[in-house]
Design a protein around this ligand. Sequence first.
Ligand SMILES: Cc1cc2nc3c(=O)[nH]c(=O)nc-3n(C[C@H](O)[C@H](O)[C@H](O)COP(=O)(O)O)c2cc1C
Length: 394
Amino acid sequence: MCAPNRSRFSFARGSVCFLRLLVLPPVFVIPFPRFSLNASPFVTAFAAPGIAGAVIGSHRIGNGLALAPMTGLTDKPFRALCRRWGAGYTVAEMTSAQPHLRGSKKSQQRSDYRGEPTPVVVQLVGNDPAQMAEAARHSVAHGAHIIDINMGCPAKKVCNAAAGSVLLADETRVALILNAVVSAVDVPITLKFRTGVSPAMRNAVRIARLAEDAGVAMLALHGRTRACGFTGNAEYETVAAVKRAVRIPVLANGDIDSPHKALCVLRETGADGVMIGRAALGQPWLFRDIAHFAAHGALPLPLTLKERLAVIDSHLAALYEFYGEAHGVRIARKHLGYYLRRLPVPENGANAENLRQQLNAAETAAAQRAMFLRFFDAVSTAVSDDTLLYPKVA
Ligand SMILES: Cc1cc2nc3c(=O)[nH]c(=O)nc-3n(C[C@H](O)[C@H](O)[C@H](O)COP(=O)(O)O)c2cc1C
């Protein structure tokens, strides 16, 4: 059983030191990448020999570590950052198949794939087979190397348009959409979906077989049903059943939040890799850690506060550059929230809360950066780097 991660930051200091002694090789250099929006093609610096990895057409996820698409979060700067820290595969934010939505500034920004490492994966959401096929052709013409179809999103806005995970209730339509998109383009098609409509209707195995028959090249399966939303714990028995039922690669997704959990889920499901969403927020180096754990059976040295600060600083710079200052500051607030949440709160929590509020109120890049440096200062005087390791999970 892959237990949920109970206490993210409550690892006792003594046991951390003990673990350090046990796991660290005598000379360990933390890869500390210089960040650039236009990441050069991913180098296999973060190979994970313990993970099967997946081949999708002519593309390969060597280390089997994928960043899940998350609207409003996994933008170009964050994808580039995760690639730098070991994600072997990233998926761009969901794009509607409806042509009238393509012209908006947001859509245009989302479809800026220039300089991204290959493969560029574009996710489409929609319910009309012909429209989905046309959107796939459009995406390929604009740089997509792989088209991912979203049948996993439970969001009301998407489901009210009878798209996303709501489609799982209509297997005939699922087959029509998949067949239409596969025949529309020459690039590989992947499917991201959930285990079913509800716990009473877990039809993921049937959907997976339909997808394989239609020519889909890879599946990513979130271990919850549509009705579950994000509640409860993800289950992996259905992911294992899907993996046994098809020959195409399967990525396991849902609640994977530490190297231990990633390896446990891989063992339990037989999946070819893992897809990680929320746990990558505020700690993009999680991919590096999983790769290291898979390769060596031990955790790497955690990033020090100073190193975290440098990663965040470069992430902020990339956001300001990509979105422009005003919009960049707004997007950065979300990411800063995740980074800060992953830090132990200093003893004087009231002060930390005060700083957090001021950080959210900052309107310019300079003010935001100054506030974030003050927050880090407060944290660094209150905690030791020893508290930053992943807690060990059962
Ligand atoms: C804020 C947010 C936005 C998301 N947006 C998308 C999306 O655009 N497309 C999609 O297929 N899944 C989306 N998801 C679902 C994730 O890709 C993933 O399947 C889910 O979060 C479970 O994985 P996790 O436990 O590793 O986060 C989103 C999830 C979150 C939390």
